[in-house]
Design a protein around this ligand. Sequence first.
Ligand SMILES: Cc1cc2ncn([C@H]3O[C@H](COP(=O)(O)O)[C@@H](O)[C@H]3O)c2cc1C
Ligand SMILES: O=C(O)c1cccnc1
Length: 347
Amino acid sequence: MFKITPVDRAQQTQIQHRIDNKTKPIGALGQLETIAMQMGLVWGADQVQINRPQMLIFAADHGIANSGVSVVGSEVTAQMLQNFVQGGAAINVFCKQVGLDLEVIDCGIIQPLSNEPSIINSRLGGGTGAIHKRAAMTLGAVKQGFAMADDLIERHHQNGTNLIALGEMGIGNTSSASAIMAAVLDISPADCVGRGTGINAQTLKRKQMLVEQALLLHHSELTDPYSILACVGGFEIVQMTGAMLAAAQRNMLVVVDGFIASVAALLAVKIDANVRDFLIFSHQSEEKGHQLLLSHLGAVPLLNLGLRLGEGSGAALAFPLLYAAANFYNDMASFEEANVESVLLDD
Ligand SMILES: Cc1cc2ncn([C@H]3O[C@H](COP(=O)(O)O)[C@@H](O)[C@H]3O)c2cc1C
Ligand SMILES: O=C(O)c1cccnc1
């Protein structure tokens, strides 16, 4: 359903030349140069400018949360959404700090917060089925979620946004995310089930067992990204995956947050490998499996702060670096402009 045009590699030499002609040793701005290159390839060599950046928080509930896989129950998802609306969460503080607009999308929490008109209604249900007992959702819901994400991204695209950041909220979603990762990469849950909100060793064992159970139950159907989402996914993970593909189709860059968002990225890449050029991985979280996932995606995260929060918090924290990349590319003097003797690569 999405049509992603690969980035125009013909621009690479021109962009690299511009970066190398800045008054600095070749490559001295490290990963900022990589980001500037990515911006140039996606937006055009002469159009490196972040426009109306948007943080999107995708929220949903998970049936498996009833089985003791988190330190809190599903009611905390709605409570945190209320907190987002009131401006009291970590993501509110960090978005405010970097001047980032934030939108909360209800993809299917148990009870909608009907008195909060600012929350976008993108509901696919009232929480998923418990993945160790039944399918999370139907294939129809997956497709519907992709279509809703497409509409959401189109609205922001129309608004002039060329860069989105994706975060999530949903108690139990690290269970779903690790089940997806295990299914896609064909690895053991032991390698990707982690402590989420901070569960103890005993609960971790139980979580691992339930994820194993989910994978066994759905074994024969875990054949493609859509079925994997239907079997063990989450409503917010579906819409994050769709949003990444929809954004790439519109030449928008996507800042990926932590483990759960990276699992959505894994699915998006599996659906269309061209999406990878549009993804910026903001940080490596503490969640078990994130490092392996990032290396599988060939991603070098910008930050490694020991975060294990989600909400888009790591993505928001990376914004000063994204601005730095765009600004050095646009505003730094070249050797000619500054009358500085040009440096040559010493090999
Ligand atoms: C108060 C609170 C705020 C949060 N903000 C994000 N998460 C994070 O924790 C959840 C995933 O962990 P698990 O799979 O262990 O439930 C997600 O909602 C994620 O965004 C939070 C969790 C809590 C408790
Ligand atoms: O890495 C994440 O996104 C994460 C880790 C723990 C809890 N919630 C989210």
